[in-house]
Design a protein around this ligand. Structure first.
Ligand SMILES: Cc1ncc(COP(=O)(O)O)c(C=O)c1O
Length: 430
């Protein structure tokens, strides 16, 4: 391998990768290695990672248990295709049936989140013999044609979005309530509006509603307790399936429960997972109950889906989570993080809202707390200042004005304090 310098790497990246492959920061970060909660760039600078590669590294970078499982698997067999059976994929499917909510039992493994969403929708459409899909406003589901078209954040719909039969229903964005209400007096108008969408924009029946439990790219939008109960009831009334996208918020990210939807007491008909599942190894999956799965006997195939190395990584990762009570750590550390973020909100008017659950948090930055004008430039400056001081966090929201915070789930209180100090200094500078 050539030993390019940082400048050479950036220059060659710009020359040989398409401009649409977006990089963060004025001077893109060139990574060399990762260890636990830390990342190191190619000049040896250390960063505390509170973004985890978009909520992927839930068990820390190069987690020993995962690395060991992968190294052992790599020596045995590295590729199979779904036409053949391999041990890790069967064990992983069995494990997912055990840890996912309700009757979810049978899995289809793919390579990414986008592909998992595609597969889930395909199954719902075949099951209901109906093509109409309803997504949530501010939702994000990927970058393939269907998933991009189902994404309801204009900046992430760039390119063509010409898939027919897609509709959108309001999400529960309480800070900017589409009905100008407050959670105390809204009667869950946003959730109930789904019925209006079905009655006025469809022929009265649907294939499915797809929703992230907590919208990550949309800006950490956490629906109130009743939202999914109402959505689930309406979906069933109109003959559709409820697809819950746990690609970003699954596997303990929201603390105390393995999956965020479990906080709502609602059982999805189909669930999609990816990101944190294999702690960085490429994998995606959609899972459903046996009866729903039986409506489609294919044939279908995925060349790389069910890759034995990724499956071995996922199995080791789930084992690490359970053996070390990491989901509970996510809850406990989440409480500490929440308190400290709320203290920052008290200190800085720039922070309009603090939202999240477990170790999945968003700070919505506004120029003025009354007008709630999104503070995009300030968000960029905070991101940059944090990076300069050795802390990585993310950005989200319809105007890129929400700081997205998601450390590894095995994070300690000490590291949370370190991150908060850096955030505090960054806000003080603005
Ligand atoms: C909720 C959600 N669904 C789907 C996707 C798409 O996943 P991928 O980038 O692996 O295709 C993402 C990615 O950020 C996501 O956050």
């Amino acid at each position: 391998m050539k030993n390019y310098s940082r400048e050479e790497l950036v220059s060659k990246y710009k020359e040989y990768l398409m401009p649409q492959v977006h990089t963060s920061y004025k001077e893109p970060l060139c990574l060399e290695r990762g260890e636990g909660e830390y990342l190191f760039d190619i000049d040896g600078k250390r960063y505390l990672d509170f973004y985890t590669g978009i909520m992927v590294i839930i068990s820390g970078h190069c987690n020993r248990k995962v690395t060991k499982a992968v190294s052992e698997q790599i020596e045995k067999i590295q590729h199979s295709t779904s036409f053949f059976i391999n041990r890790p994929v069967v064990e992983l499917a069995e494990k997912l049936a055990e840890i996912t909510p309700g009757k979810l039992k049978q899995s289809f493994f793919v390579n990414s989140g986008s592909e998992a969403v595609e597969g889930a929708i395909n199954l719902a459409q075949i099951h209901t013999n109906n093509s109409t899909v309803i997504g949530l406003q501010h939702g994000y589901h990927g970058r393939t044609l269907l998933t991009r078209s189902l994404t309801a954040i204009s900046v992430w719909r760039c390119g063509l979005t010409n898939v027919p039969d897609l509709r959108f229903t309001p999400n529960a964005y309480c800070y900017r309530c589409p009905f100008n209400s407050t959670p105390e007096n809204c009667d869950m108008a946003c959730a109930n509006y789904l019925e209006e969408v079905i009655q006025t924009q469809t022929n009265g029946s649907i294939a499915c509603v797809i929703a992230e439990t907590i919208q990550g790219v949309g800006g950490l939008i956490v629906p109130p307790k009743d939202y999914f109960r109402i959505i689930s009831r309406i979906v069933k009334e109109y003959g559709g399936l409820l697809i819950i996208d746990e690609i970003q918020c699954g596997f303990g990210r929201t603390g105390g429960k393995m999956f965020a939807i479990e906080h709502y007491g609602v059982e999805p008909d189909i669930m999609t997972m990816a990101k944190g599942l294999a702690n960085g190894f490429p994998i995606g999956v959609f899972i459903t109950d046996k009866k729903t799965a039986s409506c489609f006997e294919g044939p279908s195939v995925s060349t790389f889906g069910g890759n034995p190395v990724s499956a071995a990584a996922a199995l080791a990762n789930i084992e690490y989570l359970t053996e070390n009570k990491i989901v509970e750590n996510s809850r406990l550390m989440g409480e500490i993080l929440k308190e400290k973020l709320l203290e920052l909100k008290d200190k800085y008017d720039l922070i309009g809202d603090v939202r999240g659950r477990g170790l999945f948090w968003g700070l919505e930055l506004v120029k003025d707390r009354k007008t709630k004008e999104p503070a995009w430039e300030e968000t960029e400056k905070i991101m940059q200042s944090c990076k300069d001081q050795g802390l990585l966090i993310g950005q989200s929201g319809f105007s890129f004005h929400v700081l997205r915070i998601g450390p590894p789930l095995n994070i300690t209180e000490e590291r949370i304090e370190e991150a908060i100090e850096i955030l505090d200094r960054s806000f003080a500078q603005i």
